[in-house]
Design a protein. Structure first.
Length: 305
């Protein structure tokens, strides 16, 4: 411990210009931080920061963690609803269409309707890349294969139209989340919160400098002792000033209504989507139920039930 103090004291006492002086302070702070990490500094020799500051630190850390987590979730949501939701929409649509065509072919045997052939694979096209859009295209292709005059064809056409509407409101939801949630969160993390975190780093650096010069004062003698005492006073003033600034910056972050506003915008976008999707599905399901009842009635008649 004495060797570290003598080394930092010797460097600080060198008259080598202002830039070199800043280097000496930085070196002393680094030495102090290293000694603290290694447990070579008694707890009583580490300057205690105000309780208000420490409480604000904990609250800001919690807020930052929450915003980071929300941002990751929203980005993942957008990725899954976009082109990453399906590796190949064309392949997905062809698979469903082929399956429905096969189902229709099996159930149309013995009727006057022509047996549809499975569609050939189509070249990839640019489409809106959400799952509902893909389902809409697949259902529309299957309806065309079965025939628009067949009940199943009508049902598939209705389901395709509903899925298309859902795809549009899903895309609108994604746009709203991107503009009103993701972007504001990114600005918050790179703006006020970033400023507050930098202010905290300044406090940490100032505190390390103060504790380093305090160690120098303990071993200083003669004229160097008075100089070290002045450095301690200056370092104390600097720490007080930087702590007050950091406290104000952290309070500004915690009082900012933006996190609540973005959460509200997220819920609003989801509510609009689910309401529109439910409305589209309700209308579709009503039509499907009517077609299902008609088909069941004809089936019972044809089988003498």
């Amino acid at each position: 411990m004495d060797n570290w103090s003598k080394l930092t004291s010797s460097i600080s006492s060198l008259n080598i210009g202002s830039n070199a002086g800043k280097f000496a302070k930085g070196f002393s702070s680094s030495v102090q931080a290293t000694r603290e990490r290694l447990g070579q500094v008694p707890v009583e020799d580490i300057t205690e920061l105000p309780q208000e500051y420490k409480d604000l630190e904990a609250r800001v850390d919690a807020l930052k963690a929450a915003q980071d987590q929300m941002l990751r979730q929203d980005r993942q949501r957008l990725r899954l609803s976009g082109c990453c939701a399906l590796e190949s929409l064309t392949e997905f649509g062809t698979t469903i269409t082929s399956g429905l065509a096969a189902f229709a072919a099996t159930n149309l045997k013995g009727t006057k309707l022509p047996v549809p052939a499975a569609p050939a694979a189509a070249p990839a096209e640019e489409h809106r890349k959400t799952l509902p859009h893909a389902i809409a295209r697949s259902s529309a292709a299957a309806a065309k294969t079965v025939g628009p005059n067949d009940r199943l064809g009508k049902a598939l056409g209705s389901y395709s139209a509903a899925s298309e509407k859902i795809g549009e409101v899903h895309a609108a939801q994604d746009d709203a989340i991107l503009v009103n949630v993701v972007e504001p969160m990114k600005l918050s993390l790179s703006g006020p919160l970033h400023v507050a975190m930098n202010a905290r780093l300044a406090v940490k650096s100032s505190r390390l400098t103060l504790d380093a010069v305090k160690q120098t004062l303990k071993t200083a003698t003669g004229a160097r002792q008075e100089q070290a005492r002045i450095e301690v006073e200056n370092a104390e003033d600097d720490l007080v000033q930087k702590t007050e600034i950091a406290i104000q910056q952290m309070k500004a972050v915690l009082e900012n209504p933006e996190p609540l506003k973005t959460l509200n915008e997220l819920a609003k976008a989801q509510l609009a989507y689910h309401m529109a999707a439910a409305e589209a599905l309700q209308a579709c399901q009503t039509e499907l139920e009517e077609l299902s009842i008609e088909a069941e009635g004809d089936y019972r008649k044809s089988h003498g039930q």
